[in-house]
Design a binder for this molecule. Sequence first.
Ligand SMILES: [Zn+2]
Ligand SMILES: [Zn+2]
Length: 290
Amino acid sequence: MTGDLTVTFHGVRGSTPCDGDYLARYGGNTSCVALEREGEAPIVFDLGTGLRSYGSQLIGDGRAAGFQATMLLSHLHWDHVQGLPFFVPIHHPDSFVEIYGPRQNEGPLGEVFAGIMRPPYFPIRPDQLDGTVTFFDAGDDDFAVGEAKVRSRWIRHVGPTLGYRVDWDGVSVAYLSDHGQGCGIGHADDHVPDEVLELCDGVDLLIHDAQHTPAEFEQKRHWGHCTVDYAVHVAKQAGARQVALFHHDPSHGDDMVDLLLRDARDVSDRLNGASVVAAAEGMVLRFPHD
Ligand SMILES: [Zn+2]
Ligand SMILES: [Zn+2]
């Protein structure tokens, strides 16, 4: 038993799953990141299409039956929810998953989620899965998940969206997958809201939206995402140790992401900021136990 915390990226793509040689290295599955510590139930950020490959890994490890986890859902856009029914462990009757996600105006989170996972859009509803899925409404909250402390805060995107921070036995990880710079009232493009600083304050790892180049952002500022430079800026402002560029645009092939990563490292070096990586499908970051 090592006690190390591992962060595994199963899906890193923004907006829609995509495929092709041009993105073979970074991958085309959408948002899903698993935090794991031996002997404890995992904590998973988002249920994008990457959740399917996480399930395959669990089957390979013999951990699918009786699987238990907590999943922290950022928001209900397609690219963050589609993986749930394809997550094979949840088809075992003794599996149990608790999903926390953003409180919805239309009703309890579980009912709203069932509104997108039902016929004719999908053959079955969440309550027809063999395993048990329980939904919890969250907003600006602090709660315990096993030995971990979880903090959720509203962040700027299109529709109700949460960012999360997990503090787990001396290691801290913040997750802001979809975060729109400048889209709060009166916010300059480089403004970092207090809630974001609170989530990211001194974290070991910040996983942050990095969908746009500056030119793309000018065309798409109403999409609720941000530039790679803004992700580096947030990390610097919050004193994060490492930032993982995440939610890559579907049009950004591997060479483009390499280029964005190189530029982001230059910017962060000049600022004396965080170390920078570009999240890639299958990438594992390991944080040693203190
Ligand atoms: Zn998204
Ligand atoms: Zn979104």
